[in-house]
Design a protein around this ligand. Structure first.
Ligand SMILES: [Fe+2]
Ligand SMILES: [Fe+2]
Ligand SMILES: [Fe+2]
Length: 324
């Protein structure tokens, strides 16, 4: 079987998982803090695991994982209607995985896709249950009982300047999530790869916090991203990561005096401090990778694994801690 063909199918699956993650998060954030939103976020975390497994498989086959996504429907609708869109998206995933299990003759990849297919079937059932709950007005805190049929206001009500600051953060965090995930997927050294994974999970936490703060104020997170730096050259990767961390540390610092809400200011300064921590970690890693590659007899040789350093960030975020 043509490996490029298999990689192409798996890349399509990655793009569909990416689309699902963002669609589900957008729906959860818009619904507020109720039980349904928590369930949707849990399903989104399953899709993140799928994305990770597909990327690992593509790398094993010698390909580059894709960080692109299929187009996301960001339109507003009452919660029950949004959940029906999620049921439909799961159906598309189910159809694709069934077709790809037939099309790919590698038993190990078939086994993985079957495992993912089982999850998608379960998700679809869960979304059906949630849609019924939402239609009855259960499981929601953001929409008062009896008002579920009212359309969600299309225009944000958060102060425009605050929404702009928070959305700049959301777009930045989304960009570095993709950038660090890619570096995690392709890094040769296990420890370097793990550091990139930790950083990407921490950035997912930031994106979630900022999106929830904005949604809670009637705004809509702008879940689009800038161009991530995707390279297999770990020196270039770490240099780009340091540059983006230093730039965003400056932005968060500049915006802090404008934030009036003390809790939000605290949150932003906490995120800013995490970014400074990331810069420091990346600078250490860059030195180590440079030393390792300098010690290598021939250029182009893979860097040796980097020693694991203890993380000073105690939690890698709700996205990881709520794993089921
Ligand atoms: Fe999935
Ligand atoms: Fe799913
Ligand atoms: Fe961040």
């Amino acid at each position: 079987m043509d490996t490029e063909y298999v990689i192409g199918l798996l890349k399509h699956d990655m793009m569909a998982e990416h689309q699902a993650i963002i669609q589900y998060l957008a729906h959860a954030y818009a619904m507020g803090e109720g039980e349904i939103a928590c369930e949707i976020e849990a399903i989104s975390r399953d899709e993140m695991r799928h994305l990770e497994w597909l990327a690992e498989t593509i790398v094993e086959l010698g390909g580059d994982p894709t960080m692109e996504r299929l187009p996301v429907d960001f339109s507003s609708a009452p919660p029950a209607d949004q959940l029906h869109k999620d049921i439909d998206l799961e159906q598309m995933a189910i159809n694709d995985y069934r077709a790809h299990i037939q099309a790919i003759d590698d038993p190990k990849i078939q086994r993985l896709l079957r495992r993912i297919l089982h999850d998608e079937l379960r998700h679809q059932d869960e979304f059906r249950g949630l849609a019924e709950e939402a239609a009855k007005g259960e499981g929601m805190t953001a929409v008062p009982e009896g008002e579920q049929d009212q359309p969600i206001p299309p225009e944000p009500t958060a102060p425009p300047r605050l929404a702009s600051i928070l959305n700049e953060g959301v777009r930045h965090e989304y960009t570095v999530i993709l950038q660090y995930l890619f570096h995690y997927f392709v890094a040769e050294g296990k420890e370097l790869s793990e550091e990139m994974r930790e950083a990407s999970i921490n950035e997912m936490q930031h994106m979630g916090w900022l999106s929830e703060e904005l949604s809670g104020r009637g705004g809509r997170p702008d879940m689009n991203h800038e161009e991530p730096v995707l390279t297999r050259d770990m020196i270039k990767a770490l240099q780009a990561n340091i540059a983006v961390e230093e730039s965003v540390t400056g932005s968060y610092t500049d915006h802090l005096p404008e934030i009036e809400d003390p809790d939000l200011r605290l949150l932003l300064s906490r995120i800013r401090d995490h970014e400074m921590y990331h810069s420091a970690v990346f600078r250490d890693l860059l030195e180590e990778v440079k030393q390792e590659s300098g010690a290598a007899p021939a250029s182009g040789q893979a860097a040796k694994p980097i020693e694991k350093r203890p993380s000073t960030i105690p939690s890698v975020g709700s996205l990881k801690s709520q794993d089921r």
